[in-house]
Design a protein around this ligand. Structure first.
Ligand code: CTP
Ligand code: MG
Length: 228
């Protein structure tokens, strides 16, 4: 099926505190955005890529796409206030020719093309599919630094990106969320609210999300190992 990719890279990276937007912070010599562009460039049969960036960073994002050797059209747009706003804006720019969209956070530089393809294949089959990993640690609910409860971790997964959906379904989910004033931290949540099925594609812990300075340190170590 024809697929558009969306890379959301419009966040400010306030928890990383790098003094510049997170997607433009370098890891192993290239920006986080460049890592995701290179992964997407390796996908077969992709129609286009839409990238959201902080206002004013559009030219820089186009330059990154050129450096990544993208051969398909790359559309760059300023993102919105919340991640959900950025996805909605990007979705509105995807071609109506696309049957599927696959969304990825620039904050996850180690997602593999194979993981993207597994999500796309699963979404083509069932409507929606997201990368996720089973929760390994025991979970505690904490109030005022004291444990209030231990949560059974059976069946719990940590949601990641990529996340892939039928394009019309995701547009519908975003429109309804907006009308109802619902904000979610991922796209699957909005599709689940419509009562639609979303499959899990088991990913690897390597697909970590860079949020804090210590995440970036860990990622630098991994990037150096992968470069060997
Ligand atoms: N994102 C976006 N538009 C926003 C907010 C976030 O496109 N308005 C993107 C980020 O660039 C990132 C992904 O969504 O690739 C996940 O967001 P997060 O990890 O929270 O990144 P930031 O919002 O940049 O970080 P922080 O919350 O620490 O400011
Ligand atoms: Mg954020």
């Amino acid at each position: 099926m024809r697929t558009s990719a969306i890379i959301v890279a419009a966040g400010s990276g306030s928890r990383l505190g790098a003094g510049q937007p997170k997607a433009f912070v370098t890891l192993g010599g290239r920006t986080l955005l460049a890592h995701s562009l290179a992964t997407v460039a390796a996908l077969r049969e992709l129609l286009e890529v839409v990238v959201t960036v902080p206002p004013g960073m559009e030219t820089e994002a186009h330059a990154e796409a050129r450096r990544a050797g993208m051969t398909i059209p790359v559309k760059v747009t300023a993102g919105g206030i919340e991640r959900q706003d950025s996805v909605r804006i990007a979705l509105s720019l995807t071609s109506a020719e696309s049957d599927l969209v696959v969304i990825h956070d620039a904050a996850r530089p180690f997602a593999s093309p194979a993981l993207f393809e597994r999500c796309i294949e699963a979404a083509a089959r069932s409507g929606g599919a997201i990368a996720a990993i089973p929760v390994a640690d025991t979970l505690k609910r904490v109030e005022k630094n004291l444990i209030a409860a231990t949560l059974p971790r059976a069946g719990l997964y940590q949601a990641q990106t990529p996340q892939a959906f039928h394009r019309r379904l995701l547009i519908d989910a975003h429109e309804r969320a907006r009308a109802a004033g619902i904000t979610a931290t991922d796209d699957a949540d909005l599709v689940e609210r419509l009562g639609k099925r979303v499959e899990i594609v088991e990913a690897a812990a390597l697909n970590l999300k860079i949020t804090t300075p210590s995440d970036l340190q860990i990622a630098e170590t991994i990037a150096a190992m992968l470069a060997k």
